[in-house]
Design a protein around this ligand. Structure first.
Ligand code: ZN
Length: 338
């Protein structure tokens, strides 16, 4: 879940790329000018993402092995007093049904998310994005947040919702080459040509806006071209068009039944085809009666009239924390940003 505003950031799942990581990433672009990693001066359409992404994403089943004699360095260096994991850590090799190359998942013993939750949510990250993900670290926090390293490793703290997983996997994809899409001139021009971004967290910089737009694009592909309820396309049309220029954001690639897509993408970290290819795992859009709810008229509806009450529970959001703050703010925080 993205940052909302300063107060709500206390209870939301934060997306972020650490500034150290960002500096390292962009310092490697010797020929590129310093990217404008500064806040965007556009209007956010919402304070955050409250739509249901989880239930629309088809899960990929998985098998787990634990044949590590030692923890991988990517995990072991985060264990110890004052570090991300102060308890023991377990490393697992996770093989999903749509990919023959296992993913390494390291779970701190006191991590908030269970391994079952991790397998479920990682398995729902579209395979086109998931194939770029490096080692996944699962850690404890009462405040869900996450970050992605320039090597594709993702660290998730607390109970991170599905949009956070897709957001971070998008960073892994974006950072997989020395020319991130989010630092391209075309992406910068698209932002300049638009008047809005999806939400408050998108305003952080164009890297975060790209990851948030990836979540939006994933949603629209799942929901047959519809934007999430309350969002409209016209003020961010150039950003949406940019996403359409990326071959990955074609449904067959993003939601295929194999990580061996063969689309020529550089930096793919898992591209071994599954032992058994399940032809039944074909992509299908989610059928929704959009006419049944005015709020679901999405791209035609300029003002969100409600926040879907069930999205938090179904996507594993931190409802127990969000609700008291929502009550505190008179449930008005969302409308304030429209
Ligand atoms: Zn981010």
């Amino acid at each position: 879940m993205p940052r909302r505003h300063a107060l709500l950031a206390l209870v939301q799942c934060l997306y972020h790329i650490s500034w150290v990581t960002a500096t390292l990433l962009f310092s490697n672009l010797s020929a590129a000018p310093t990217p404008p990693l500064s806040p965007l001066a556009l209007r956010p359409q919402a304070s955050g993402f409250d739509f249901d992404l989880y239930s629309a994403l088809p899960p990929a089943s998985s098998t787990v092995s634990s044949n590590f004699t030692d923890l991988p360095d990517d995990c072991a260096q985060y264990i110890g007093p004052g570090k991300e994991c102060t308890a023991g850590m377990y490393a697992a090799g996770v093989t999903f049904e749509d990919c023959g190359a296992p993913f390494t998942v390291c779970r701190c013993a006191d991590a908030t998310m269970s391994m079952d939750t991790v397998l479920d949510r990682l398995g729902r990250v579209p395979v086109g994005l998931r194939r770029f993900v490096g080692t996944v670290l699962i850690l404890n926090s009462t405040v869900p947040h996450a970050y992605t390293m320039s090597n594709g490793d993702i660290h998730l703290f607390g109970d991170c919702a599905m949009d956070t997983w897709v957001h971070e996997a998008t960073h892994s994809y974006d950072f997989a080459t020395s020319s991130p899409h989010s630092s391209s001139a075309a992406w910068g021009q698209a932002i300049l040509a638009d008047t809005c971004v999806p939400d408050n967290y998108s305003l952080t910089n164009q890297v975060e806006d790209f990851a948030q737009m990836s979540v939006i694009k994933t949603y629209t592909l799942l929901y047959d071209g519809h934007l999430p309820p309350g969002f409209r396309a016209d003020c961010m049309a150039q950003q949406l068009d940019f996403m359409d220029t990326l071959p990955l954001y074609a449904a067959d690639a993003l939601f295929g039944n194999t990580c061996a897509i063969g689309d020529g993408q550089l930096g793919v970290r898992h591209d071994t085809p599954p032992t058994t290819l399940d032809p039944a795992r074909a992509f299908a859009t989610v059928s929704v009666d959009w006419s049944a709810s005015p709020a679901a008229a999405l791209d035609l509806n300029p003002v969100p009239t409600s926040t879907p009450a069930d999205s938090g529970a179904r996507s594993g959001r931190q409802a127990p924390l969000l609700l008291p703050f929502a009550a505190l703010l008179g449930l008005a925080f969302r409308a304030a940003y429209i």
